[in-house]
Design a protein around this ligand. Structure first.
Ligand code: TXA
Ligand code: MG
Length: 330
């Protein structure tokens, strides 16, 4: 039974110099759902096709993170970004001033944007960035897809700024590691929330806030000032939570409940059902999690019964998300 939740380690990837042939191969691997580590001007990224939920799930598996957090989606520039997110005039000005470069802009997801929900951990917003590194730009072109990429290190390890660091952490978990030597900044991108009228600094990074303030001609709010904006509750924490109640570790379905199933031994029900993975594959389950939660929530059921998910591999992150969704809310 395919129930490991670990993708088979192929071989150990060795750092590969950037050549046309290497880029072509990397683009093919990405389009096929594989992971490719690549240099940006800030740090190395662990890239996957952002439109492929299974590929995005493999990022979390490779990093070994016990929870899902939203990822930055890399694009060639503003034109590509504007198909994915809704840019206010101020967000456009920022992109024009600092892209390509180490600035990430959080904007509302555009209706119909083909980015996997797992990439944004179910949030209604997307974090978009156009990297300046020529290898990253060439890879985006070769892949022809937006690339979700967190820093290319395992969870809890130091952020990787050389291909060798990446190999030490992830060689058995990625299809390819593109090597362009040490990164320039060695510090991650600056992240701004550009969803509202005020621009809010979510993470200090490679572009100093003074430079951003000078360009905007006004002051940035700090994430700590967010209480000044009650309409926009602590964005980093407020992941998608269904309005239905959640009943975890359900082994039977009660009247009026929707069922979030896992595996092939699902209880009988006449209500709405979504099966995260009939074959019991945790990567597939992670890929489907947010979209299926949303679907069942929209069915109007008062409660979503959730079958037990094994607490191993990606199951840990899936259960973390489910427990949060099940926690009592004000
Ligand atoms: O320089 C960088 O930004 C590197 C390179 C690879 O581009 N990437 C990077 O990714 O640092 P990561 O996954 O380590 O950090 C992503 C950060 C997280 O703190 C996450 O919470 C935030 O971006 N983030 C992503 N999507 C978000 C969203 N929709 N709203 C708010 N924050 C978001
Ligand atoms: Mg990181």
């Amino acid at each position: 039974m395919p129930d490991s939740g670990q993708s088979k380690p192929v071989t150990r990837a060795v750092p590969t110099p950037i050549t046309d042939a290497a880029l072509l191969q990397a683009g093919e691997l990405l389009r096929g759902g594989d992971l490719v580590a690549f240099p940006t001007e800030t740090v190395y990224g662990l890239g996957a096709d952002a439109t492929n939920a299974n590929a995005v799930a493999r990022i979390f598996e490779a990093k070994g993170r016990p929870h899902f957090n939203p990822l930055i989606v890399h694009v060639p520039g503003l034109e590509a970004a504007a198909h994915l997110g809704i840019f206010s005039q101020r967000a456009r000005d920022l992109a024009q001033a600092f892209w390509p470069g180490p600035l990430t802009l959080v904007v509302e997801r555009a209706p119909g944007a083909p980015i996997a929900e797992l990439a944004s951990a179910g949030l209604s917003t997307l974090a978009l960035r156009a990297p300046a590194h020529p290898a990253a730009q060439a890879l985006l072109k070769a892949a022809g897809r937006p690339l979700a990429a967190p820093s290319a290190n395992r969870s809890g390890r130091i952020t990787a700024t050389t291909a060798q660091h990446v190999a030490e952490d992830l060689a058995d978990r990625v299809a390819m590691i593109l090597d362009a030597g040490p990164t320039v900044h060695g510090l991650e991108s600056t992240i701004l929330d550009a969803t509202g009228d005020d621009i809010v600094l979510l993470r200090p990074g490679a572009i100093p806030m003074e430079a951003i303030e000078a360009s905007l001609g006004l002051r940035l709010l700090r994430a700590g000032d967010m209480s000044a904006r009650p309409a926009s509750p602590g964005q980093l924490e407020s992941h998608y939570a269904p309005s239905a109640k959640m009943r975890l570790n359900a082994r039977e379905v009660r009247p009026g409940e929707a069922l979030l199933a896992f595996g092939d031994r699902t209880p009988q029900t006449t209500g709405p059902v979504a099966n995260l993975s009939p074959s019991g594959d945790l990567v597939e389950a992670a890929a489907n999690l947010f979209a299926y939660l949303r679907r069942l929530d929209q069915s109007g059921a008062a409660t979503i019964a959730v079958m037990p998910i094994p607490e191993k591999g990606l199951g840990e992150a899936i259960n973390d998300r489910l427990r949060r969704a099940a926690a009592p809310r004000p």
